[in-house]
Design a protein around this ligand. Structure first.
Ligand SMILES: Cc1ncc(C[n+]2csc(CCOP(=O)(O)OP(=O)(O)O)c2C)c(N)n1
Ligand SMILES: CC(=O)[C@@H](O)[C@H](O)COP(=O)(O)O
Ligand SMILES: [Mg+2]
Length: 589
């Protein structure tokens, strides 16, 4: 029974509780999170780990006037539940429901929109400086950041600036010694030494002019409250180091923190994962990448693999397990990952730099300045391209074709299936003399028997998948499946040709001339933003070559797309097979 939680609809109601009741509230809040995430899915371990911290923060500070900025925001479920969203929390990450991350237009308690990591210190500092300029001396500004996120360059930039201000800023480091995968790097070692009491050098945060306290037990609610009360009275930049256990309160989540970061469905009573019946399915693109790089790296000793903090998600973990000296998890450091790859390429190594499409946005300048401008043959593998589903607007990989296409001499390829991914990886490591970006989606491909022998792909060559006389459908990447299914559903499939253009850059101009000369209408299909992507490339080709064919561009509309399952989102933007068939039929009328 949720006897306390049931009566809390806002932090002001929470503040009416006696302090001795808060441990009971923590127990209820944990149960509530577990019960909902067990069936609705989402991020689990991080929120379970900060239950006491969340309650203490809202108990001590005057939220929403005082501003809490949760870094990444995947740990903010307790915050959402305590700030008026308990009754709709079951809609978390579902289409039309709550976002999985704090969002300014969802609640006044969400001081800053998040999703990508390491922004909290800069945002909180910005707010603190603004308060000072406005003469608001009472307002508190609190960034809560994890041990993996604070190791990112952007967090250091924020600390570096904050340390020379007198801004009223509190940075709380929630140190659970893990990100999604185990935290890495020298800072992690430093934090471990601080915890063990074996740290010999100066305190890094004190050296940066922060008033440092801790480490304290982040599950001791009374201790956190008394420390926050004390810090509230101190002006200037402060740093509180809190030690927590990711997954706290659910045995399996504490024991297998990687799996229970976002475990999918599980039994809320036992904590056991709900394992789906084994059926033969096509593999995930991620696993095709992970197994293929191992296969190639065994033959080609120059191959190295790089991931910024996503070894499990990207499946680079397979290479880290089998060839550890050539596979690098560099932490949440996308900019570093790209320039590290560039440096390795100057020395003749063959770097596969695997970054989620959405997170490569962080390293745009490094792609241009450090890699492409110098023609360094880095092989970018852009995972999670397209609409990713329940993570929503912050995580969709729908801009890469637009933001990469304008960079001179960068090859851009999108595989339509597993073999195409394998073959382009094989082709790239043979040596292209220039960089390439390979973009593929989250989740399963289309081919069960995918481990076929390698063959070389000719750069800049598209393929015809189906003949047709009137309309040519040009798809790119995994959208070939939706496009092909759509054509089969159309009233007159025989009128429709289907081409997989494969390369967004360089375009197969020979094939395009043929297509434009032999078809009246052209329809392009992509799971990138409709502005500036593959379809735009085709429009440019037509304009430059003075073709007057009717051209219809289908892609993700010029709007931010929220969360939902990938299928639901494809339906909502007209990229599922039924909507595409309906569209093509109308064009053919
Ligand atoms: C720029 C960026 N890169 C990668 C990610 C993916 N990501 C989300 S949470 C996370 C780990 C965060 O670890 P930590 O900060 O320690 O928080 P914890 O999950 O342990 O609470 C990562 C790598 C991201 N959200 N943003
Ligand atoms: C919060 C965050 O950024 C990650 O946990 C992200 O949700 C991972 O996405 P995948 O599940 O696609 O690996
Ligand atoms: Mg952590």
């Amino acid at each position: 029974m949720q006897k306390l939680l049931n009566h809390i609809h806002s932090p002001s109601e929470l503040r009416l509780l006696k302090q001795k009741e808060l441990s009971q509230l923590a127990k209820e809040l944990r149960e509530f999170i577990i019960n909902i995430v067990a069936t609705k899915e989402g991020h689990l371990g991080a929120s379970l780990g900060v239950v006491e911290l969340t309650i203490a923060l809202h108990y001590v500070f005057n939220t929403p006037e005082d501003q809490l900025i949760w870094d990444v925001g995947h740990q903010a479920y307790g915050h959402k539940i305590l700030t008026g969203r308990k009754d709709i929390f079951h809609t978390n990450r579902q289409i039309g429901g709550l976002s999985g991350f704090p969002k300014r237009d969802e609640s006044g308690y969400d001081a800053f929109g998040v999703g990508h990591s390491s922004t909290s210190i800069s945002a909180a500092l910005g707010m603190a400086i603004a308060s000072k300029l406005k003469g608001d001396v009472e307002k508190q500004h609190i960034a809560i950041i994890g041990d993996a996120s604070i190791a990112s360059g952007m967090a250091f930039e924020g600390l570096n600036h904050a340390g020379v201000t007198d801004a009223n800023l509190l940075v709380i480091l929630n140190d659970n010694a893990i990100g999604i995968d185990p935290s890495v790097g020298a800072l992690k070692q430093y934090l471990t030494n601080v915890k063990k009491g074996t740290q010999k050098q100066d305190n890094i945060f004190e050296a940066l002019n922060f008033d440092y306290s801790g480490p304290i037990d982040g599950h001791d609610i009374d201790l956190i409250i008394s420390e926050l009360e004390r810090l509230k009275t101190i002006k200037g930049p402060k740093f509180l180091h809190v030690i927590t256990t990711k997954g706290k309160g659910l045995k399996q989540a504490e024991e297998d923190q990687v799996k229970y970061h976002a475990p999918g469905k599980f039994n809320a009573q036992t904590g056991d994962l709900i394992v789906k019946a084994e059926i033969l399915q096509p593999p995930k693109y991620q696993d095709v990448f992970g197994h293929t790089i191992v296969e190639l790296a065994k033959e080609n000793k120059n191959i190295v693999g790089i991931t910024p903090a996503m070894p499990t998600g990207s499946s680079l973990k397979y290479m880290m397990d089998t060839i550890p000296d050539r596979a690098f998890d560099v932490g949440i450091a996308e900019q570093h990952a790209v320039t590290l790859a560039a440096g390795m390429a100057t020395q003749g190594l063959v770097p596969f730099c695997n970054i989620y499409s959405t997170f490569l946005q962080r390293a745009y300048d490094q792609v241009i300045h450090d890699v492409v401008l110098q023609k360094l043959p880095v092989i970018f593998c852009l995972d999670r391209a397209g609409l990713v589903g329940e993570d929503g607007a912050t995580h969709h990989g729908i801009y890469d074709m637009s933001y990469l296409r304008c960079i001179p001499s960068l090859i851009i390829f999108a595989p339509r299936n597993e073999m195409e991914l394998r073959n382009i990886m094989y082709t790239a490591q043979l040596g292209l003399g220039q960089p390439i970006a390979i973009r593929y989606p989250r989740g399963r491909g289309v081919t069960i028997d995918w481990r076929q022998s390698f063959s070389k792909i000719e750069i800049g060559k598209g393929v015809q998948l189906k003949k047709g006389s009137y309309t040519a459908v040009l798809s790119i990447g995994a959208m070939a499946k939706n496009a092909g299914d759509a054509i089969q559903k159309c009233n007159t499939p025989e009128d429709i040709a289907h081409y997989d253009m494969r390369f967004v850059k360089p375009l197969d101009e020979v094939l395009l001339h043929d297509i434009f000369k032999t078809h009246n209408t052209i329809i392009t299909i992509e799971d990138n933003a409709v502005k500036g992507g593959f379809g735009s490339a085709i429009l440019e080709f037509a304009a430059v070559n003075n073709y007057k064919n009717e051209i219809n561009i289908l892609g993700v509309p010029d709007d931010f797309i929220e969360h939902g399952s990938v299928n639901q989102l494809h339906q909502s933007v007209g990229l599922d097979a039924d909507s595409l068939a309906h569209y093509i039929d109308k064009v053919l009328q």
